[in-house]
Ligand binder design. Structure first.
Ligand SMILES: CCCSc1c(F)c(F)c(S(=O)(=O)NC)c(F)c1F
Ligand SMILES: [Zn+2]
Length: 267
């Protein structure tokens, strides 16, 4: 069964606008972060970006066919400050990666790619009554982007998620788990970031995201990244060869920033 969209030559990012016209919009993500174009904004410093996540929660991890996604039950989560005028709740987090370690992030910095990029997706629960409604509004979602670079050691917090991946190798499989997750360890120590107005980086590419991309990467080991690449984009019932259907990459290359403002907080 052919996918409506994906990351192969036949259905990849260059074809998305044929079925998802928003993908051709002027407020698309990701972008290349040209650091020479970033402008400092004291209002970002005055209202420090702040988050609160539970240390222990039950989560659902699912193979979407485009990667893994951890659904959080965001009642006692909160993201505020920085570029945000309201309080946002965490809906889910997921990751984008490439076939080799020299590609994989969606945002790039002065043309440099990282090996992967973690996205924590929040929705404006102060203004809107559901995630679905928020995803259709220009200030509906707030996504934290965290670059991931290869390190020698495993990332202990990510390992709690990665250990569940063998249970969701095929599209549509999911696993319920209750574990302590220190979200703080999934975010860099430095709160320095770039921010701009953008979109979902996957179809339907709604232009509903206030992006906050942290300057400091976190680390992931090569072994952990290989586990990501073992996920399959097809269901267990799809009879294919063992090496076929592997999700070796799921990133969208950068789109033009155009006349959008790119602001930064911190050097
Ligand atoms: C209607 C959206 C379904 S939830 C979702 C998602 F599945 C996704 F992949 C991204 S992303 O664009 O890839 N990363 C920021 C999102 F932002 C999301 F909100
Ligand atoms: Zn994403």
């Amino acid at each position: 069964m052919s996918l409506d969209w994906g990351y192969t030559d036949d259905n990849g990012p260059s074809t998305w606008a044929e079925k998802y016209p928003l993908a051709a919009g002027a407020r698309q993500s990701p972008v290349d972060i040209d650091t020479s174009k970033a402008t400092s904004d004291n209002s970002l410093v005055d209202r420090e970006i702040d988050w609160s996540y539970p240390s222990n929660c039950s989560y659902r991890i699912v193979n979407t066919g485009y990667g893994w996604r951890v659904d959080t039950y965001g009642d006692d989560t909160a993201l505020s400050g920085g570029p945000l005028s309201e309080v946002y709740k965490l809906e889910q987090f997921h990751c984008h990666w490439g076939a080799t370690n020299d590609e994989g992030s969606e945002h790039t910095v002065d043309g440099k790619s990282y090996a992967a990029e973690l996205h924590l997706v929040h929705w404006n629960s102060e203004k809107y009554s559901s995630f679905k409604e928020a995803a259709s509004q220009p200030d509906g979602l707030a996504v934290l982007g965290v670059f991931m670079e290869i390190g020698n050691a495993d990332n202990a917090e990510l390992e709690k998620i990665i250990s569940l991946i063998p249970k969701i190798i095929h599209k549509g499989q999911d696993s319920q788990a209750s574990f302590d997750l220190d979200f703080g360890s999934l975010l860099p120590e430095s709160k320095h970031y770039w921010t701009y107005l953008g979109s979902l980086t996957t179809p339907p590419c709604n232009e509903c995201v206030i992006w906050t991309v942290f300057k400091e990467p976190i680390t992931i080991s090569e072994r952990q990244l290989e586990v990501f690449r073992s996920l399959k984009s097809v269901g267990e019932e799809d009879a294919i060869e063992p090496e076929e259907g592997k999700l070796v990459k799921n990133y969208r290359p950068p789109l033009p920033l155009g006349n959008r403002v790119l602001r930064e907080c911190g050097p």
